[in-house]
Design a protein around this ligand. Structure first.
Ligand code: OGA
Ligand code: NI
Length: 197
């Protein structure tokens, strides 16, 4: 576990984007994907918006993924295991980098075939507490033709990240513009933010 944490933090310090290819175990990724698909079939996932609360608007020209916010009071077994993993990561991050993370929020996301999320940063006026973005993918056997890469723009380079099963991507929310390229296949993930407030 700690090797994965170190891998993320080292990658983050080296290139502003931390990646671990097996942050989620195969079983955990499987179980979370099952939950996500059940919610999707129950039509519990909703089109995501931009901004929050009073500013909330759905703009399908900017993003058209569907999401479901995880509620810590209503967790299935695998989701509890997921949050235990996040708790350990936050503890590790706060201890090794003095990041002062106090809370977090996570949602499931599903991009249907043809869906995308245009270039943006993850911190809005009303989301100032968002310090780090974390995305974990739930897509077995993803191949190049499936597209749907996460494209991250740092000052010096562009990183294209394939949404492979078990992978975690980590970066600072207020700095790096990024986008999700049009996906050719249903693309699933858990996305969240570590917050300082
Ligand atoms: C987001 C986002 C990236 C991804 O939800 O803000 O940028 O790879 N997601 O799903
Ligand atoms: Ni984003």
């Amino acid at each position: 576990m700690e090797t994965n944490f170190e891998e993320i933090i080292n990658g983050f310090l080296d290139s502003r984007v931390g990646v671990s290819n097996n942050f989620l175990s195969v079983k955990l990724a499987n179980d979370l994907k099952k939950n996500l698909l059940t919610l999707y079939n129950e039509e519990a996932l909703k089109l995501a918006g931009i901004g929050n609360d009073d500013d909330f608007i759905v703009n399908k020209k900017i993003r058209n993924d569907k999401i479901f916010w995880l509620d810590k009071n209503e967790l299935k077994k695998s989701e509890k295991i997921f949050f235990d993993l996040i708790d350990s990561f936050v503890l590790y991050l706060n201890r090794s980098c003095f990041t002062g993370i106090k809370s977090y929020e996570f949602h499931y996301a599903l991009f249907e075939e043809g869906a995308f999320y245009k270039k943006h940063i993850d911190q809005f006026k009303t989301h100032e507490g968002r310090a780090f973005s974390m995305i974990m993918y739930l897509n077995k056997g993803w191949v190049k033709e499936d597209k749907g890469e996460l494209k991250i723009y740092t000052d010096t380079e562009i990183q294209l990240i394939s949404p492979d099963n078990q992978k975690c991507v980590f970066f600072k929310s207020n700095e790096l513009p990024h986008e999700v390229l049009v996906t050719n296949k249903s693309r699933m993930s858990i996305t969240g933010w570590l917050k300082t407030s």
